[in-house]
Design a protein around this ligand. Structure first.
Ligand code: FAD
Length: 276
């Protein structure tokens, strides 16, 4: 169990209240002893400074932090500068992504895909960074097909990624199938399932439709039957996600990465139920 990596993801807060709330969340979640906290990076560099500030605050509290870095809309010089800043602050772990071009931003920049970013990070900084990349057990929504997406994932690993974190899913078999196919392709990098705790189900359903995460029909119907009973949604969501995590770990998942959405409650409840 101890060699498995359990990590938690935040997004950089926008307001002074959000900053204060995240401090409290971080204090609570730090007690669980995650391997690292990661911090997302807004499309086109829109949260560049806030991502850095959030990461530095986590680091200053004596905790390991990994900034996300997305490359779409950026130049090589932009990315080089960000990497230099992280290096100067002693940050040795990044999550390298393509990102999505914000609507209205026309120029894709100098990188087209995340494998190019991974190769660039390795070229510029050698082995300084541990690099995580994204993986999609249910296929990235823009991919031509499952197999091409799998091979595109392989490109990121071959470019130098050390490990991967998956998009969230609610079907453990999708993960196991993907991991088996990766093994057949000779991919040995650990693929850590991304876990989305369920709180606001209708919001989650809308978001899942855009990012290509399937919510099983029975789960949607059951959640809908609770209507506005947020306590029941939360309680059943907790049971369901905890059971899926148990299944993932029993099936050999090399850890779990929690999309905490800057809230401590559900992540720590699942964590404690799992006895991590
Ligand atoms: P890629 O790996 O580049 O893949 C994108 C698409 O292009 C896929 O369909 C793939 O099949 C295809 N493709 C890849 N390489 C090639 C190639 N060489 N030739 C042809 N086709 C190719 N977004 C943010 O903006 N900020 C974040 O902080 C952030 N964090 C995330 C963390 C995790 C763990 C995950 C799973 C996603 C995160 N995202 C984030 C979302 C992510 O940026 C989007 O899903 C984005 O659409 C794809 O990014 P990627 O790095 O997976 O892209």
């Amino acid at each position: 169990m101890s060699s498995r990596a359990f990590s938690i993801e935040f997004f950089p807060p926008r307001t002074p209240e959000g900053i204060e709330k995240l401090r409290e969340t971080r204090r609570q979640l730090a007690e669980l002893g995650p391997k690292f906290f990661s911090v997302t990076f807004g499309a086109g560099g829109s949260t560049r400074d806030r991502t850095l500030e959030t990461v530095l605050e986590i680091q200053a509290a004596g905790l390991a932090a990994a900034p996300h870095l997305s490359c779409i809309g950026s130049t090589r010089d932009n990315i080089r500068e960000i990497l230099e800043t992280y290096r100067a602050h002693g940050i040795r772990h990044v999550v390298a992504l393509r990102g999505d071009l914000p609507s209205g931003m026309a120029a894709p920049g100098e990188f087209r895909y995340a494998n190019e970013l991974v190769a660039f990070i390795r070229q510029e900084t050698g082995d300084w960074f541990d690099i995580e990349v994204a993986a999609y057990p249910e296929t990235h929504p823009q991919a031509r097909n499952y197999r091409e997406d799998l091979l595109n994932f392989k490109r990121k690993v071959e470019a130098g990624a050390n490990a991967a974190i998956t998009q969230y899913f609610f079907n453990a078999d999708a993960y196991f199938n993907f991991v088996d196919d990766c093994a057949r392709e000779g991919i040995t990098a650990p693929i850590v399932p991304g876990i989305m705790p369920i709180s606001n189900f209708s919001q989650l359903a809308r978001f899942s439709a855009t990012c290509g995460a399937e919510i099983p029909r029975w789960l949607t119907r059951k959640m809908e039957s609770y209507l506005d009973d947020s306590e029941s949604i939360r309680a059943f969501g907790l049971d369901f996600v905890t059971a899926m995590c148990e299944k993932l770990l029993a099936g050999g998942a090399p850890g779990l990465h929690f999309y905490a959405l800057n809230q401590a409650g559900l992540t720590s409840a699942i964590w404690r139920r799992l006895g991590l």
